[in-house]
Design a protein around this ligand. Structure first.
Ligand code: GRF
Length: 286
């Protein structure tokens, strides 16, 4: 249960202990103040007394936990927590403006699926659009099954025209994720989404990147070079293939028996775990 709470609230063990202490002390404090206030009225301890008591502690509870949270260093957490309860009470269960994500993909879409699954049910992030340049790509089925609108793009319009900027703006897109998208992103689009377009590459950049380095070509090159390890790179997108600033990398070791297929499998495992989580982290910083 504690592990679940740590994950849910994204806190470490010490903070979790301090949060629980704040709940306990804040609860006791509001009970104590509620009783003292009612004592001052001199009322009988009847049903009205209990109703008033419940009302008082409900009103006092947020103030008490905020007060206790301060010296325990948990004020930031409880400020958010109390605000969230306030929103729920006011009937606004969902964040009013979740961040809207577009996934650009042209292939099978296994990464797109993991990202869609990761944010399903999130009230902070919505995968709002899947952009694809290949009408037979598996990613379009994935989008359809998840009820996510897709946009099939054409080369002429992507590289001239308005680069689909109007369509992205109309869909309210805040952040773009390239997950197996092979076209170079036009400079105008990059300028419109500064530090808001990220890509995943199936090798440890700056090695094995650049034009033509995708899918099996990457894995074949890595194995042919006799590398002892490979991995994934998540990076911002700039005007050059695979050259934007690196955000994070994860590695896997290679053995003599590895083939492009077994390596692809290892890489996909890393991608499926790290990509959605890295995107979530980046979106939290916006
Ligand atoms: C991934 O390996 C990714 O690194 C690369 O394209 C591949 C897409 O795979 N950019 P999938 O379509 O997500 O399965």
């Amino acid at each position: 249960m504690f592990e679940k709470l740590k994950k849910h609230w994204q806190v470490n063990g010490l903070n979790l202990a301090l949060i629980i202490a704040t709940f306990a002390l804040g609860g006791s404090l509001c009970g104590w103040i509620g009783r003292k206030l009612l004592l001052l009225t001199g009322m009988e301890k009847d049903i009205t007394w209990w109703l008033l008591y419940i009302l008082l502690i409900t009103l006092l509870w947020p103030l008490c936990v905020l007060l206790i949270s301060y010296p325990l260093g948990q004020f930031a957490f409880f400020k958010k927590y109390v605000a969230k309860i306030g929103r729920k009470v006011a009937g606004k269960h969902k964040a009013e403006n979740p961040l809207r994500l577009a996934i650009f993909a042209s292939g099978a879409g296994s990464n797109a699926k993991k990202i869609i699954d990761h944010f399903a049910g999130s009230d902070k992030v919505r995968v709002a659009l899947v952009v694809c340049n290949n009408p037979t790509a598996g990613v379009l089925d994935i989008a359809r099954r998840a009820d996510i609108p897709s946009l099939l793009i054409k080369k002429e319009h992507f590289f001239s025209g308005d680069h689909y900027l109007t369509a992205l703006q109309q869909a309210g897109i805040d952040f773009i994720v390239l997950a197996g998208f092979l076209w170079k992103v036009p400079a105008e689009l990059i300028r419109s989404y500064p530090q808001k377009i990220v890509n995943i590459h199936p090798a440890l950049l700056p090695g094995y990147g650049g034009k033509g380095m995708y899918g099996h070509f990457v894995h074949e090159a890595v194995l042919a070079a006799g590398e002892k390890e490979s991995g994934i790179t998540i990076h911002y997108v700039n005007e050059h293939y695979d050259e934007g600033n690196i955000i994070s990398q994860a590695r896997c070791t290679l053995t003599n028996t590895d083939t492009p297929d077994t390596l692809a499998h290892k890489i996909h495992k890393l991608e499926h775990y790290f990509f959605p989580r890295t995107i979530e982290f980046l979106l939290q910083q916006l």
